[in-house]
Design a binder for this molecule. Sequence first.
Ligand SMILES: Nc1nc2c(ncn2[C@@H]2O[C@H](COP(=O)(O)OP(=O)(O)OP(=O)(O)O)[C@@H](O)[C@H]2O)c(=O)[nH]1
Ligand SMILES: [Mg+2]
Length: 374
Amino acid sequence: MFDFFRKKPPPTGAPAPDSPVPEARPVDVAPPAPASGLARAPESDAGVGITDAPAATTAEPEQPIAATSAPTRSWKERLKAGLGLSRAKLGTALTSVFRRRKLDDDALEELEDALIEGDVGVDAARHLIADLKLRWKRAGDDASPRGELAAALVDLVAPLEKPLVIGAERPFVIMLAGVNGAGKTTSIGKLAKWLQQQNLTVLLAAGDTFRAAAREQLAAWGERHGVAVIQQTSGDAASVMFDAVNAAKARGVDVVLADTAGRLPTQAHLMEELRKIKRVIGRAQEGAPHEVLLVVDANTGQNALAQVKAFDAAAGLTGLIVTKLDGSAKGGVVAAIAKQHPVGLKFIGVGEGPDDLRPFVARDFVEALLPADD
Ligand SMILES: Nc1nc2c(ncn2[C@@H]2O[C@H](COP(=O)(O)OP(=O)(O)OP(=O)(O)O)[C@@H](O)[C@H]2O)c(=O)[nH]1
Ligand SMILES: [Mg+2]
């Protein structure tokens, strides 16, 4: 049971729209746990049917959502541990240059190769080396290569440091999109907690209507944080979103987090569906969605850049969440995004626990990414 806690099979895309659709069933509202700050919606709420919480809310999961990360470690320590693989990949080459404490042509070439190898990308690596040369000249021979490279890297990725700001609109609607398995649903679970810590009430919209496991996975996160989940047992993602926005209005909820099914940018009909979901949210509330976030798995390396470009073209992104920086050696891709298609990086994920998502801070990120020079 509870296969949804396990990693799902490789991306195949959600079913085509012409797949057989089961008979339409009423919208379910998984009520929040009793401890929730949210009141259960009345029967007439937004015209949706209400059912009791799904079984997922009562049974013991076989492989539960990852436990809260060790509270004894600070976020910076966790970030550093999380970026360990990326740092190691950059490590040997960078450290040997750093230790020579001199930036001649050979050293610069070694650095450039190491950066490209570390998924920073050719463009960003060239930019960094050119910047480094200027900085080195300015700083003089006493400067540290690591210090100068860190400064150049911070300058490059700093424009991505655009924290999520919850505006005055109510509900404030945040829609998440991305390829299959990128970490959308998990990020929503983590985000719900983060928003609650800002004293905001949250409602989740289960817009991945293709798989029952996807709804159950979201319901489990809702249960965990005492947050209501609007879902339908079948039907159209756009109509779930419409119901969710209206339910949030009726309940006076601050933020709606809208989950969507995974899709590849090459699946034209699914990219069209994403645009439709966005339009319908806008019909439920003018100006919504207020944020359209692309969730990107850091492991995809340079392909992440292609995803950012394609989803931005299709859905008009307002920000990114880069996940799985912990298990990835490709953290350098953040620099590639900054150089080639900068879209604000709202959050980074370094684990599966509810606390493993934090706003992106350029300096902290660079400090964790670059190996030491001693
Ligand atoms: N290590 C690690 N694992 C993560 C992170 N974020 C998500 N995951 C894991 O990645 C897997 C996929 O996450 P989901 O949240 O289901 O991904 P999704 O994008 O919703 O997937 P689909 O709905 O199938 O498209 C799960 O096993 C998550 O626990 C992260 O930051 N670090
Ligand atoms: Mg999902």
